[in-house]
Design a protein around this ligand. Sequence first.
Ligand code: HEM
Length: 450
Amino acid sequence: VTPTAQHPIPTAPGALPLAGHAIPLLRDTLGFMESLRSHGDMVTIHLGAQPTVVLNSPALLKEILVDRAPSLDKGRFFDKMGQILGDGMVSAAGAAHIRKRRLLQPAFHRAQIEKYVGHMRERAEDAVAGWAPGEVLDVPAVMTGLTLDMLAATVFSSSLDESAFAELRRCLPVVMSSVGRRIMSPDLLEKLPTPGNRRFNEARRRVRAIIGDAVERLRAGGHDEDDMLAALLRARDEETGEPMTAERICNEILTLAVAGTETSALCLSWLFYELARHPEAEKQVVAEVDDVLGGRPVGFEEIGRLEYTRRVVTETLRLHHPGWLVTRRTTTRTTIGGREFPPGTDLAYCQYALHRDAALFPDPLRFDPDRWLDDWAATLPEGAFIPFGAGKHKCIGEHYAWTQLIVTVATVVSRRRLTTAAGQVVTPVARATVRPKQLLMTVGPRTARA
Ligand code: HEM
């Protein structure tokens, strides 16, 4: 990196030749990422051998996500995702990104989401009905299963059959946990025949084979429902007029399954964990859900009226954001924060650390849904609270996610209560997303209302 401003950008301590910051990153990813904020607005770290400028201030984040977006592509995190999952929408940039986004967009329109609510609720009700009183749940696994079921029932309209989704349920977590590790480590480690690499290769091969078969079957059967899969099957390449290959469709499905399941599932996991630790907040959610729903199932209209529940979700997205690294890369000479960077400069930011910055969020480690009262968010600088990103790559699933999160919370608290086992210490670890290392919760009868 050769910035032209007078002051050089500091490099975070702890880098080794070849390995870069792999050791502090692998030892304590989140602690390391949080420590970077003490070096100022810009600090260089080495991901593998690659220098990456980490941006810390809200103003710089707005700059890269919105103002300078046309001269950036997506960078290392998404390169890795592309290598692992195939070239889907999440890793695309430029014209390819616009084409892919246009193709998937209709599945996320408001009118579609309104149609999805019933399916989301049914999936949540089915999941909760399967929880026996006294049963101990592996919460992240249960929530990942649930969000995958929701995606299957909505965006894919169940056009992928049961066995395809059972296989996805089994293999996706293995694939996901490798994405994170592969970002932090030198690339050559991926080639070694370690048990972890073998497990990952096998899981990825299974996922691709299953989805590939399902796509071929649907194409042969003339699948023509009003769903995203049908749109992908109908799509023609704008230049060649050819239909998308099964492999490309498979890439889109896989990327969507990755972008849209673990993120929401972990948000739900952390949310139930925080409710269990904050009985007052829990009682308030239960009271609100009872008052608004009056015993009826949650529908689209009620979602907007669950204001306290919404604040609980917002606070969870702040304190436990699932993203710890978003990357970009300059494609041309680009000015950021008044400095010029050459093409090929890697940039990154960490939402997890940003949302825990005491300068922006007073008493940041406190779970306090009411900090969002009175439109407090409007007083934050632009770029300070960006759970779904900003600019042209802003999460396509934002409204989908809000809807599924609130539907799930309302459905669960109406029927059951989840408590953490005494003495359980829950620690966050960074993989592709930030997840609890282990989170076991016990199913009990629903909370009595306040
Ligand atoms: C709580 C849940 C979620 C969170 C916190 C979240 C967060 C994000 C963020 C921060 C980005 C922007 C990344 C960047 O700037 O490069 C993003 C992009 C994306 N998200 Fe989400 N997301 C969530 C749920 C979902 C769901 C449910 C779906 C789909 C079903 C989804 C699909 C996508 C896709 C396809 C992109 C890429 C958009 C583009 O590059 O144009 N996400 N998400």
